[in-house]
Design a protein around this ligand. Structure first.
Ligand SMILES: Cc1cc2nc3c(=O)[nH]c(=O)nc-3n(C[C@H](O)[C@H](O)[C@H](O)COP(=O)(O)OP(=O)(O)OC[C@H]3O[C@@H](n4cnc5c(N)ncnc54)[C@H](O)[C@@H]3O)c2cc1C
Ligand SMILES: *[C@@H]1O[C@H](CO)[C@@H](O)[C@H](O)[C@H]1NC(C)=O
Ligand SMILES: *[C@@H]1O[C@H](CO)[C@@H](O)[C@H](O)[C@H]1NC(C)=O
Length: 522
């Protein structure tokens, strides 16, 4: 008698989907007979998802995931090391680590004195370490309120500091300098967390987020080398590109009379009109795609029947931020000193409206730095978050060049050479566009005020949920993986990786497939 192999379809060929596919394929081939009928369907024309390595003027750059956040214990670092991706002859973004010799300047062109920058940056660091639970509560810190945001917590910390030092700066003209430096640190936080507005970033969940110890590094051969490695273990024909899922039909009812072991409970509808059946699907699309997929209340959303309310509530409450990177190619003028390089510029914008320079566009005012991608590189990088990041996607290259040039000329007015970046000296613009791409609709998730880590756990729960009355719809029809489903490592590539391992294991356990975890990614 022929027994049908379980059909598993993975939606999305990003980190989570490829890790799940890698393990399921491995386990399937290690079992006596191929255990599963497996495929990956990807809406885009490339694999990698939010990993998107590119090139600019011979330099390797990352438009999406950039850093390995702590090398010790990171599965991404382990793969990178194993495949020799940490060395390259070609220059790559941040190949020399974090710049050490940065200058902090104000928009009037003055350089911030360390006596202003250092205490404020220390204060900021202490506050964030406290928020992350790395510091014991000190009595100076305001009482923690449920529902408080990181933004509010930081501002309370600054106010208290200000009161304590009032003799020192609060009544002096220089206080705008302190404000500006504090805001610069907040702007860095916005890109780290993806929360465009720190007043929408939940304070109480911040300590759940975990980081690996050790250095933070970039990948010499590019983040996409990790993706290529993962995909290389899977037969090529198993990954279907340009297959965008528009509807996932599933089955909440008890097994119907005409459901037998030869029919499948899940039906996927694609944009090209084709249909695919499955016993199990692993959904790895971004939280942004899920948010837009549940919007329609009349059954026209991405799921039919619609997802249960515990899912839609978690999807709605959690935050999904927009973060974009802008790379600028600078032309070195022939008659200028060739040794003149662009400095690692930290920008402290005035917070007080009355001293703002009108020639600086609003969309760059919350960008914290303009940094050569490595020391002496003539490619300069800026990070954007929130509505400024959204705006960046819609600007013309010329508008970006004008705006950035105006900004540079204010922050670095006295320097000669390339610092005087008049129009025409920026010759190339490359930027990411994560918000307007319908396959992402943003960059990464965060715990917004009003949600919590419990919502992330809800994101990870497979459907259907077991029913009280003992009716038995086919189990594990829709599983969820992806960055936004990992309670402690959300927003990262390794969070996505672990979620792929988790959902592959869920299916392997369901089918009592006991493959030594040594042979699988873990
Ligand atoms: C600018 C930026 C910087 C970042 N920096 C870092 C960093 O320094 N370090 C770090 O660890 N992480 C970073 N991240 C986060 C990291 O990139 C992500 O957390 C991770 O790559 C997400 O992987 P995933 O598999 O969960 O989702 P994705 O990579 O989004 O994969 C999901 C896939 O599903 C596909 N898809 C979507 N909708 C459909 C559909 N309807 N049908 C079929 N396919 C569909 C998408 O095309 C995509 O390929 C950054 C992200 C961005 C955007
Ligand atoms: C960067 O380059 C400049 C100019 O070549 C040099 O003076 C400086 O020491 C370098 N800094 C680092 C951190 O290598
Ligand atoms: C990914 O990179 C390519 C260039 O390499 C670019 O055209 C594309 O817009 C990038 N995707 C996103 C979402 O930024």
């Amino acid at each position: 008698m022929v027994s049908k192999k379980p059909k598993i379809v993975i939606i999305g060929a990003g980190m989570a989907g490829l890790v799940a596919a890698h393990n399921l394929y491995r386990a399937s081939t290690l079992s006596s007979d191929h255990l599963f009928d497996l495929c990956v369907v990807e809406g885009g024309d490339r694999i990698g998802g939010r990993i998107n390595t590119s090139e600019l003027n011979g330099n390797l750059i990352e438009l999406g995931a950039t850093w390995i956040h702590g090398i010790f214990g990171s599965p991404v670092h382990q793969i990178a090391q194993q495949i020799g991706a940490l060395h390259s002859d070609k220059p790559w973004e941040r190949m020399d680590g974090f710049p050490e010799d940065s200058v902090t300047a104000f928009e009037d062109g003055s350089v911030a004195d360390p006596s202003i920058v250092d205490p404020i940056s220390n204060l900021y660091r202490n506050l964030m370490e406290f928020a992350k639970g790395k510091k014991k509560k000190k009595n100076k810190i305001p009482p923690i309120l449920k529902g408080m945001s990181i933004g509010e917590f930081l501002r309370r910390g600054l106010d208290e500091y200000c009161v304590q030092r009032s003799h020192h700066f609060c009544n002096l003209l220089s206080s705008d300098g302190e404000e500006a430096v504090f805001a610069m640190n907040e702007n860095i936080e916005r890109t780290y967390t993806g929360a465009g507005d720190l007043f929408n970033l939940d304070f109480n969940s911040e300590h759940e987020y975990q980081e690996f110890p050790g250095e933070e590094i970039t990948i010499a051969k590019g983040y996409s080398s990790i993706i290529e490695y993962l995909a290389s273990a899977i037969p090529l024909g198993m990954i279907h590109l340009s297959k965008k899922v528009v509807k996932v039909e599933w089955c909440v009812e008890e097994v119907s009379v005409n459901y037998d072991r030869f029919s499948t409970p899940v039906k996927l509808h694609f944009e090209d009109g084709s249909v695919m059946e499955a016993d199990h699907v692993i959904v790895t699309v971004s939280l942004g795609v899920l948010k837009s997929g549940i919007k329609d209340q009349h059954g026209n959303g991405m799921f039919s029947p619609p997802l249960p309310s515990f899912k839609t509530q978690a999807i709605s409450r959690l935050g999904f931020g927009v973060v974009n990177k802008l790379f600028l190619q600078l032309n070195q003028n022939q008659n200028q000193n060739q040794n003149q390089v662009f400095p690692s510029l930290q920008m402290a914008f005035h917070q007080d409206n009355s001293c703002r320079d009108e020639s600086i566009p609003w969309w760059i005012r919350r960008t914290a730095s303009l940094l050569p991608i490595y020391n002496n590189s003539n490619v300069v990088l800026a990070w954007f978050a929130g509505k400024e990041a959204v705006e960046l996607e819609s600007l013309q290259d010329e508008e970006i060049i004008d705006g950035v040039s105006a900004t540079i000329s204010k922050f670095l007015p006295n320097s000669d050479g390339i610092h005087k970046c008049s129009n025409g000296e920026i010759s190339g613009v490359v930027r990411s566009r994560w918000a307007s791409d319908p396959l992402f609709m943003g960059s990464y998730s965060y715990v917004a005020v009003g949600s919590s880590g419990d919502d992330i756990d809800s994101m990870a729960k497979p459907l259907p949920i077991s029913t009280k009355d003992g009716s038995t719809p086919p189990p594990l029809q829709i599983l969820f993986a992806g960055e936004a489903t990992h309670r402690t490592h959300y927003s990262t590539t390794h969070g996505a990786y672990y979620s792929g391992v988790r959902e592959a294991n869920r299916l392997l356990q369901h089918y009592n497939c006991a493959v030594s975890s040594e042979l699988l990614l873990h």
